[in-house]
Design a binder for this molecule. Structure first.
Ligand SMILES: N[C@@H](CCC(=O)N[C@@H](CS)C(=O)NCC(=O)O)C(=O)O
Length: 305
């Protein structure tokens, strides 16, 4: 039985990024399907309030955000690497652009009326309404892009990505894939699924060939696990020891909150501070003692109020 448990749902682009990395590294994992909108009581029992998708669980260690999940999977299975030494820095920076700017251009592009109709086909009208209300609350205060701006920006981005594939060989930064390919892939995957709108990709034929090359990695192998079983497994497990660096808030009760959207704080004892990782120890009545891990980039650390 694999120790890797992915909490996710099929239609999530960020989950698709991680599923494809599982395939690239030929990993076996367990799959817990989580709700697409709040409430998510079984997920938040593990995370302490973080609600975004996906989340990786290894025993009583909970990893939030795909930037961190990718680094953890690299440690679990170093080869093939997501960070080829020749381009690791560029790859991480390009991945960050894709996970923020490209993703938040693809979302308003796909969620125009034709894309919405396809996304919610076969679901009752209330499902679409509930999704809209949930995501509006999640993005409260954030800026939104018009379909016009998203379409125009996407055309430019697709041409830049097309040029990268043409210049660098099989993948965005060279002959081998890097984290940048997986971060770009999930937005293209989301656009490609919206059949009525995927025609925009036809102007980037080399990128489409790249897409097929990426798609062929598959998702590795997985078995299904219930959300309650995942919580019970956490309760039976002990978090892995961490090596804390010195930090003024170490050992104190703190809260960590995404700094972009879905601003749900997670509170706990700060037990780990690394270059790009924070660990909070917390206790849940059902899941027991856990350490919830976040990247530092795009997460705010503050003393608990
Ligand atoms: N920076 C986060 C972003 C994750 C994200 O925005 N995921 C979307 C789904 S693709 C989400 O959480 N949507 C709200 C939800 O699933 O409840 C990451 O890399 O994991």
């Amino acid at each position: 039985m694999s120790d890797l448990i992915l909490h996710h749902y099929p239609a999530s682009p960020f989950a698709e990024k991680i599923r494809l990395i599982m395939g690239f590294k030929q990993l076996a994992w367990q799959s817990v399907t989580i709700p697409i909108i709040m409430p998510k009581p079984d997920l938040t029992a593990l995370t302490g309030g973080y609600r975004r998708t996906p989340v990786l669980q290894i025993g009583a260690d909970i990893y939030c955000d795909t930037a961190l999940i990718a680094e953890v999977l690299e440690q679990v299975a170093p080869g093939p690497t997501l960070y080829p030494p020749a381009c690791a820095a560029q790859a991480r920076l390009l991945a960050q652009w894709a996970d923020s700017t490209l993703f938040w251009t693809a979302i308003p592009y796909v969620f125009q009326p034709a894309g919405i109709a396809e996304f919610f086909a076969g679901m009752p009208p209330e499902a679409a309404k509930a999704f809209g209300v949930d995501r509006a609350a999640m993005r409260a205060g954030g800026s939104t892009m018009s379909v016009e701006e998203a379409t125009a920006s996407l055309r430019v981005y697709l041409q830049r990505l097309e040029q990268m594939v043409l210049q660098s060989g099989a993948f965005l930064l060279g002959d081998a894939p890097s984290i940048a390919d997986f971060s770009v892939y999930h937005s293209i995957w989301f656009i490609k699924r919206a059949k009525a709108l995927s025609g925009i990709l036809q102007d980037a034929p080399a990128l489409l060939t790249w897409y097929e090359r990426m798609h062929a990695f598959g998702h590795g192998t997985h078995t299904t696990l219930g959300a309650v079983e995942a919580i019970e497994l956490a309760a039976r497990s002990t978090p892995q020891p961490v090596s804390p660096a010195s930090h003024a808030l170490l050992g104190q009760t703190v809260q960590v909150t995404p700094s972009d959207y879905a601003l749900d704080p997670v509170a706990g004892e700060l037990v780990q501070v690394a270059d790009n990782q924070l660990g909070l120890k917390r206790h849940d009545p059902r899941a027991g003692t856990l350490v919830v891990h976040f990247p530092r980039i795009a997460y705010r650390l503050a003393q608990a109020k």
